[in-house]
Design a binder for this molecule. Structure first.
Ligand SMILES: *Cc1c(COP(=O)(O)O)cnc(C)c1O
Length: 403
């Protein structure tokens, strides 16, 4: 904890560098890293009280670690949440969410375009335990409403989506969820709390993959859930104690330091993505660009209102082609000819990454499922980083010249 309490009503940029600074007796200005699995107890009575939950204090790092606590408190402050629980990966945060909230007979509504592993986890793994899932179109509020059932427990949304950057109306979905006594969960991985704070728009829980923009330099895996104290401490805390999808203190420290530059990175990478999107739209080899910052994006106005006027750092585009086979061939030619950017399915890095969704992240879907999701063979996703814009354009030109 910081030695002096922070003033009230600080901006998210300030919270990113100042919230939950934990200093040891040495007063270090860069947060200490507590690499320990266990903690020495002052006496047996204290140990008993700590294990009984009657007194604060660390006992064992599966149950809590000061570096992990700092990351949790800082992210909670940035999301405007009462509390946060950190997990080993983004998927383990979603697993924890499911274990804490779902029981046999419950119903979940998800968008078709959710992250693939999320669909697999909720739709297939939890189906084994009697959880039923309905899939709806990301942007059609009426479909979400029509899918509500008396046993609907959760509405799970992700906005903008991967890779087509579809944006859904968080406020509208929260109203639908609450009218049916259900909870709205938002995966805020792409926008981060710098662009959008779903809890302020009525969502009940925010899910993060810390692996992406929170770390921001492609170094570690991490995840988190942010929400009310009642949900985070009472519901998820007790599952965590037994299930142990704990974030390592080393990874917590890396992501904690990543948060300090999140605002400047999200602004710079969003601006760079917008400039690149405009440029791509003007290239004769490109048939279509998907980016919320473009006027041509179907939810442009909603995105600008909901995301602090920024489009985020991920865009996708289709290379011109006469058939799906040629689309795949052309997309491969473009990516293979590029020399500056990396071919990688990750995102959230300061290094620009390109990927071919139809053969990687969405490769396990049938062609028919891909058509429903709108993932064409000619589609290339770009997670825009911090290289000079001219060098990025030159690299894409190199790709287009290979056609
Ligand atoms: C990467 C990602 C996840 C999963 O996070 P991991 O840290 O890889 O487990 C979940 N949701 C979205 C939107 C993602 O991009």
């Amino acid at each position: 904890m910081s030695q002096h309490p922070l003033p009230e009503n600080l901006h998210v940029d300030t919270l990113a560098v100042r919230a939950a600074v934990d200093r040891s007796q040495y007063g270090e200005n860069s947060e200490a890293m507590y690499l320990t699995s266990g903690y020495v107890q002052p006496d047996a009575e204290t140990a008993a009280r700590r294990f009984a939950g009657e007194e604060e204090g660390y006992t064992y790092s599966r149950l809590g670690n000061p570096t992990v606590t700092s990351f949790e408190m800082r992210l909670a402050a940035m999301e405007g949440a009462e509390a946060c629980v950190a997990t080993s990966t983004g998927m383990s945060a979603i697993l924890l969410m499911c274990l804490g909230l779902l029981k046999s007979g419950d119903h979940v509504i998800c968008s078709h375009s959710l992250f693939g592993s999320t669909i697999k986890l909720i739709g297939s793994e939890f189906a084994k335990f009697g959880v039923q899932t309905s899939y709806v179109s990301q942007t059609n509020v009426a479909e979400w409403k029509a899918a509500m059932q008396p046993n609907t427990r959760l509405l799970f949304a992700e906005t903008p989506t991967n890779p087509l950057t579809d944006v859904c109306d968080i406020q509208a979905l929260a109203t639908i969820a609450h009218a049916g006594n259900a909870l709205l969960v938002v995966d805020n991985c792409f926008a981060t709390p710098i662009l959008q704070r779903p809890l302020e728009m009525g969502a009940d829980l925010v899910v993060h993959s810390g692996t992406k923009y929170l770390d921001g330099q492609g170094r570690v895996m991490a995840g988190a859930l942010c929400g009310s104290k009642a949900l985070i401490e009472d519901v998820f805390g007790s599952v965590m104690r037994s299930a142990g999808m704990t974030l390592s203190p080393f990874n917590a420290w890396v992501v904690l330091k990543g948060l300090e530059t999140l605002s400047i990175r999200m602004h710079a990478q969003s601006q760079q993505a917008l400039a690149l999107a405009h440029w791509l739209e003007a290239q004769p080899q490109v048939s279509r660009v998907f980016y919320p910052g473009l006027k041509s994006h179907p939810q442009h106005e909603l995105a600008m209102k909901q995301q602090s006027g920024l489009g985020g750092a991920v865009l996708s585009f289709e290379v011109k082609a006469n058939s799906p086979e040629q689309g795949r061939e052309n997309a491969f030619k473009v990516m293979n000819a590029m020399r500056t950017v990396s071919l990688s399915t990750n995102l959230g890095d300061v290094k620009t990454l390109v990927a071919h969704p139809a053969s990687t992240s969405h490769g396990r879907l049938s062609e028919a499922q891909r058509q429903v999701a709108g993932i064409q063979q000619a589609l290339i996703r770009v997670a825009v980083g911090l290289e000079h814009l001219d060098d990025l354009k030159a690299d894409f030109m190199r790709g287009f010249q290979a056609l």
